[in-house]
Design a protein around this ligand. Structure first.
Ligand code: GUN
Length: 306
């Protein structure tokens, strides 16, 4: 039987564990605070930001939110960032991506105080991670490591194929998995849009991580017998474009009512036939990313206490 890795259950356990640490910090007068910054009104980003605020409430982290008009100048966003850097109640914050086209996200990230950079995107934090001295592990790669750990999958000595070379998932995950560490020591191949014979690279892997943003790119024919499959994709697909039999899979009723459903980068049904364990979409990596943001916020608060 293929194990369906339950990201909601693992995330819930992590939130429970964090709640105790949060109360200890609060008793010492330092209740952790997380701020979200949203520039513009992208509906998906709005949903993510709302979920992050709900998560904070559940575990006792104080949440703050800053809206910046989508037409505002970059300077206005920089001012908001400077205020958050100075605010002692905000231990960590994220600037939700994507930002409007007239704003350079790299410059935005450079202005975040690295000690409050709970996304782990600042060059100082990226450098520390690559050097094997991570301060904040980026939330999705860290969440994937936790999922593998709780599923009893040790990366050591395994062939891992990551499909996708993003700064948020592919690159940091590859770096973490090759590190000389208990949750590393894997042999990692990173594939991307110019990779030749992608299927050969995924089929030979013990662990396949799909983080490429192409709906159902990876099907069962590309998965080796008994592999572990981690699907990072969150693709909104118009329900009217999908055959009715398909709309049963990986669909969430509330999303379906909105006219779209979420599908991963993996064709779940065919991949499940081959895999020994697989994450669903939704309910796999997504909730873990959110839980690790809370984890990083607690870590930021602890670091700022010292
Ligand atoms: N947009 C999509 N994923 C992320 C993320 O992990 N952090 C931020 N700040 N924005 C995102």
């Amino acid at each position: 039987m293929t194990e369906i890795i339950d990201g909601n259950a693992v995330a819930s356990q992590i939130r429970d564990d964090l709640t105790a640490a949060i109360e200890t910090l609060a008793d010492a007068g330092a209740r952790p605070g997380l701020a979200t910054v949203l520039m513009g009104d992208d509906p998906a980003s709005q949903t993510y930001v709302n979920m992050k605020q709900r998560d904070c409430e559940e575990v006792g982290i104080e949440s703050h939110h800053v809206d910046v008009d989508g037409d505002a100048s970059p300077a206005e966003l920089y001012d908001a960032i400077a205020d958050l850097n100075e605010d002692p109640d905000v231990h960590g914050y994220i600037v939700q991506a994507p930002v409007p086209d007239h704003v350079d996200y790299r410059e935005v990230i450079r202005r975040v105080d690295p000690i409050k950079d709970v996304d782990g995107f600042h060059p100082e934090n990226v450098g520390r991670l690559v050097a094997g001295d991570a301060r904040f592990r980026p939330c999705t790669p860290h969440g994937i490591q936790k999922l593998l750990e709780t599923a009893g999958v040790e990366p050591e000595g395994k062939d891992v194929t990551i499909v996708g070379r993003s700064d948020i998932v592919g690159k940091p995950l590859a770096n973490l998995l090759i590190q000389k560490a208990e949750d590393g020591n894997a042999t990692v191949t990173v594939c991307h849009s110019r990779t030749d014979d992608l299927g050969a690279k995924t089929r030979s892997a013990d662990i396949v991580v799909a983080a490429v943003g192409v709906p159902e790119l990876i099907d069962g024919s590309m998965i080796g017998e008994g592999a572990v499959v981690i699907d990072v994709g969150v693709n909104r697909v118009d329900v009217s474009e999908r055959r009715s039999e398909d709309s049963q899979t990986a669909s969430d009723q509330s999303d379906t009512e909105k006219g779209y459903e979420l599908v991963g980068d993996v064709e779940f049904e065919s991949a499940k036939e081959k895999a020994s364990a697989i994450t669903p979409v939704p309910g796999g990596v997504g909730p873990m990313t959110r839980a690790m943001l809370l984890y990083n916020t607690v870590k930021a608060a602890s670091l700022q206490e010292d």
